[in-house]
Ligand binder design. Structure first.
Ligand code: MRU
Length: 357
């Protein structure tokens, strides 16, 4: 079996003209790579969770924008400008909750305006060529920086672990969800490599089963001792003393330390508090959105009923036409978290202002 750390879940081809993703919607049954060559293909790959997980979505957005501009045959700078803004705005709304998508696309826009300024005295053809190169380099830099951030998050989280530790995790905040290593799963990989032999419990994470399909898949491939549980078994394993620490990711952290992550994360934090188990959210510092004051201000994505009633089942598991509520994320109030772990270290959710600026 190949180790999952051998592949990247999202890549830009060497010529910058294809975004290559491992189609996560098919895992664990099929390992299929897709070559995305248009804004629409990138948009739908994000919307349909073929590429998912906050940092990976952000990287896919940046690569998607660079790819589209590399393929665009501009008549002049005006048409290049119009297309850049069209694609940026289009990808911006592919998913609403994870702030890394907006963060990377805004960063690409800043790079674009800097490149425009740098090339203002050049002939249009030469300027467009240079702007394309700058955008491609910026998108690649975003991914490389994410690798470094994930490594630093892994080290910070690892500092909390001891041999044989029982860890409960949720959804997938691993290698597949980022550039490499993962956020919540990064310390687990490090613990495994350093011989701590962690015992991981992965909630299956209804309805899209990222815990069952993705987390248990990637941890198994890395040789980690992982046990899959249904989401409603979390209290049972905690009450039996099997869990020493809870690690989950984050999609957007408000300025007051409230954390939006995969729906169900707040349930784990409430349980952890009840059983006196430390509970951490792990993610890059660019997940903190200082413009969003509290968790109540975070837009929560609602997804189609089909995911609850049909997806991943042979036959529907609910009566046809049933009313379904399917929010993709929930907000864990800051006071339920022991800490937030970023590449800058471990912080109390109430002291995030130290990371502003
Ligand atoms: O809907 P998804 O699968 O994109 O949701 C992902 C999560 O909630 C992850 O926990 C989060 O993005 C952190 S990924 C490092």
């Amino acid at each position: 079996m190949r180790n999952i750390l051998e592949y990247d879940s999202v890549e830009l081809s060497p010529n910058g003209r294809d975004v290559i993703i491992l189609d996560q919607s098919l895992l664990p049954n099929q390992e299929k790579f897709l070559h995305l060559t248009s804004a629409e293909q990138v948009f739908y790959a994000i919307t349909l969770l073929k590429v998912r997980g906050a940092p990976a979505i952000g990287i896919a957005g940046a690569f998607g924008l660079a790819m589209c501009m590399n393929r665009f045959r501009a008549r002049n700078l005006q048409s290049f400008d119009k297309e850049f803004l069209r694609v940026k705005r289009y990808l911006y709304i592919s998913r609403p909750t994870a702030v890394s998508l907006m963060w990377t696309l805004d960063r690409m826009e800043r790079c674009y305006y800097e490149a425009l300024e740098e090339t203002k005295d050049m002939a249009a053809d030469a300027a467009i060529k240079q702007i394309k190169e700058r955008l491609t380099a910026e998108a690649r830099a975003i991914k490389l920086e994410d690798v470094q951030k994930c490594l630093a998050i892994s080290e910070a989280g690892f500092s909390l672990l001891k041999p044989g530790i029982g860890i409960l995790t949720y959804c997938n905040a691993g290698h597949l969800a980022v550039s490499r290593y993962g956020t919540a799963l990064g310390p687990i990989y490090m613990a495994q490599q350093k011989g701590l032999m962690p015992k991981v419990y992965s909630c299956e994470t209804r309805p899209m089963l990222q815990g069952s399909r993705l987390t248990s898949y990637e941890l198994t491939k890395a040789g980690v001792d992982v046990t899959l549980i249904c989401d409603n078994m979390a209290s049972d394993v905690m009450s039996r003393g099997k869990i020493d620490i809870v690690f989950f990711g984050c999609d957007r952290i408000a300025a007051n330390g409230d954390v939006a992550n995969k729906v169900g994360s707040s349930m784990l934090a409430i349980l952890a508090k009840h059983y006196g188990i430390p509970c951490y959210s792990l993610g890059p510092s660019n997940t903190i959105d200082f413009k969003t004051k509290t968790g109540n201000d975070i837009v929560i994505e609602e997804r189609p009923a089909f995911e609850v009633t049909d997806q991943y089942f042979d036959k529907p598991v609910a009566p046809k036409g049933i009313k379904v509520y399917n929010p993709a994320f929930d907000v864990t109030p800051a006071e339920l978290l022991t800490g937030i772990i970023t590449e800058k270290g471990i912080f109390s959710p109430h002291e995030l202002s130290k990371l502003n600026g």
